[in-house]
Design a binder for this molecule. Structure first.
Ligand code: HEC
Ligand code: HEC
Ligand code: HEC
Ligand code: HEC
Length: 150
C-alpha cells in the first residue's frame, strides 16, 4: 500500500516536471521585436512581400477558400494576429534566443530555439503537395530578405 503511494508520488512528480518543461517552450514575440536589431532584414522582408503578405493573400483567396488550416503555412505560430510568414516562421520562435547575449553565440541561439536555415526549413511549408510548390533553398535563400554583408 505504502509502496503504491510512493510510486504514485514519483509518477505525479514526473508528470508535473513534464508539464513545466512543456510550458517553458519558446514563444512567439513578433517581427517588430526582431527589427530593433535587424532593420536591414526587416525592411527588406516587408519590401519583398511574398512572405510578409502571405496571410493577406490567403485571406483573399477563393480557391482554396480561407480557413484556419491555412495558418500553419501562411501565418506565424498559427497566429491569425501575425502578419504572415514572419521571421519566426523560418528562424524559430524567439522568446528564448532574442537576448543579445544569446544571439551573439550561435550554439546558444540554436539551443534556445533558433532554426538553422536549410532545405528542410523551407520544406515545412513548400512541401510539394497541392499548391505548396517546392522551392530550391540554395537558389532562393538570398531572395527572402537582404542579408548583412559578411
Ligand atoms: C537585442 C538585439 C537582437 C534581437 C532583439 C534579435 N537579434 Fe538576432 N542577432 C543579434 C546579434 C547581435 C546577432 C549576431 C550578429 C549578427 O549576425 O548580426 C544576431 C544573429 C541572428 C541570426 C544569425 C544567427 C546565427 O547564429 O546563425 C539570426 C537568424 C537572427 N539573429 C534572427 C533573429 C530573429 C528572427 C529575431 C526576432 C525573433 C532576432 N534575431 C532578435 C541581435 C538580436
Ligand atoms: C503546407 C503549407 C500550406 C498550406 C496549409 C496552405 N498553403 Fe497556400 N501556399 C503555400 C506555399 C508554399 C505557397 C507558395 C507556392 C509557390 O508559389 O511557390 C502558397 C501560395 C498560396 C497562394 C498564392 C498562389 C499564387 O498563385 O500566387 C494562395 C492564394 C494560397 N496559397 C492560399 C491558401 C489558402 C486559402 C490556404 C488554406 C485553405 C492555404 N493556402 C494553405 C503553402 C501552404
Ligand atoms: C511558414 C511557411 C513557409 C516557410 C517556412 C517558407 N515559406 Fe516561402 N512561402 C510561403 C507562402 C505561404 C508563400 C506564398 C505567399 C503568397 O503568395 O501569398 C511563399 C512564397 C515563397 C516564394 C515566392 C514563390 C512565387 O512563386 O512567387 C519564394 C521564392 C519562397 N517562398 C522561398 C522560400 C524559401 C527559400 C524558404 C526557406 C528558406 C521559404 N520560402 C520558407 C510559406 C513559407
Ligand atoms: C522565408 C524564411 C525567412 C524569413 C521569413 C526570414 N528569414 Fe532571415 N534568413 C532566412 C535565410 C534562408 C537566411 C540565410 C541563411 C543562410 O545564408 O544560410 C536568413 C538569414 C538571416 C540572418 C543572418 C544574417 C544575414 O543577414 O544573413 C538574420 C539576422 C535574419 N535572417 C533575420 C531575419 C529577420 C529579422 C526576419 C524578419 C523580419 C527574417 N530573418 C525573416 C530565411 C528567412
Amino acid at each position: 500500500m505504502k509502496r503504491t503511494f510512493v510510486v504514485g508520488a514519483v509518477v505525479l512528480a514526473l508528470v508535473l516536471a513534464g508539464a513545466l518543461a512543456a510550458s517553458a517552450a519558446p514563444t512567439y514575440i513578433g517581427a517588430v521585436k526582431c527589427k530593433m536589431c535587424h532593420k536591414v532584414q526587416y525592411d527588406s522582408w516587408v519590401a519583398v512581400g511574398k512572405h510578409s503578405k502571405a496571410l493577406e493573400g490567403a485571406k483573399a483567396s477563393k480557391t482554396p477558400a480561407y480557413d484556419a488550416s491555412c495558418l500553419s503555412c501562411h501565418a506565424t505560430d498559427k497566429n491569425e494576429a501575425s502578419v504572415g510568414v514572419e521571421c519566426e516562421a523560418c528562424h524559430g520562435l524567439g522568446s528564448d534566443y532574442k537576448a543579445m547575449s544569446v544571439m551573439k553565440d550561435h550554439a546558444k541561439s540554436v539551443a534556445a530555439g533558433l532554426v538553422v536555415q536549410d532545405q528542410k526549413a523551407c520544406d515545412r511549408c513548400h512541401d510539394g503537395k497541392d499548391h505548396h510548390k517546392k522551392v530550391d533553398f540554395a537558389a532562393n535563400k538570398a531572395t527572402v530578405h537582404e542579408h548583412k554583408a559578411k
